[in-house]
Each structure stands twice: as C-alpha cells, then as structure tokens.
Design a protein around this ligand. Sequence first.
Ligand code: THU
Length: 135
Amino acid sequence: METEEIQRLIRHAAEARRHAYAPYSRFPVGAAVLTADGRIFTGCNVENASYPAGLCAERNAVGSAVAAGVTVFRALALCGSTEDYTTPCGLCRQFLAEFRVPVVYCARSEEDYIVMAAEELLPRAFGMDAEKGDK
Ligand code: THU
C-alpha cells in the first residue's frame, strides 16, 4: 500500500479511538479496516462492567464492515494508548485470520507504525475454509 493510503487509514483509526468506551482499563483503542472496494470501516473498544463482555476495536471495525455486506479486506490500522505499538490480542488475531486481513499497521502516529503480516500475527492459523463470497 502507498504511504498516503496507510496514513489515511491510521487517521481513521485515531479518530475512532476518540469514541472508545474504556472506563475500566482507561486504554482507548481505535481501528480502521480498508475493504477491497476502497471503503473504510472503523471501530473502538467498548468495555463492560462484566469485563469479559468488552469488545476490542479491531473486531468492532471488522464486524461493522461485515454488517454492511463486506468480507474482503486489504488492511487494518490500529491505534492504542501506550508509548509502545499496540498489537492485536490473541482473540482478534483469530478474528482477523477468519477474514484473511493480509496486513495490520500498528501505529503510534501517522508517521510511526510497524507492519505485521497475517502470517506473523497468527502463524498456521486455524481455519475452516468457509465460503465467504466476494462482496
Ligand atoms: N484492546 C483492543 O481494543 N484492541 C487491542 O488490540 C488490544 C486491547 C482493548 C481491550 C480493552 O478494552 C482494552 O484495550 C485494554 O485491554
């Protein structure tokens, strides 16, 4: 992907982070996923008083795209809240593998990000080869 395209995706993730509902961890996270047809869907983490019921930003972004009928993705950008790069949790890695998201940009800013390929995120991922269509 071109640098400008990556930076635009990161910008969307950072904007989504502003809406994070993270009163328990105080760790806002934003994600933005780019679809094969060029659209961007965003998500933030949404926590709950019953902690395990909380949802991660990545899964909310991908879920939002799927709800709009899109299941083919080019990339996802992720913005957390630490000095270090925030990388997807284990559950999200499995979730991203389901939809074959090929690359994740873990960003500290638009200019400062690391690139994680699918195979690096979850080597030899478990999958069932579901028929997902090509929407
Ligand atoms: N979180 C995400 O949304 N994505 C990640 O990649 C890492 C963790 C959220 C879950 C929880 O709301 C908070 O960050 C602290 O773990």
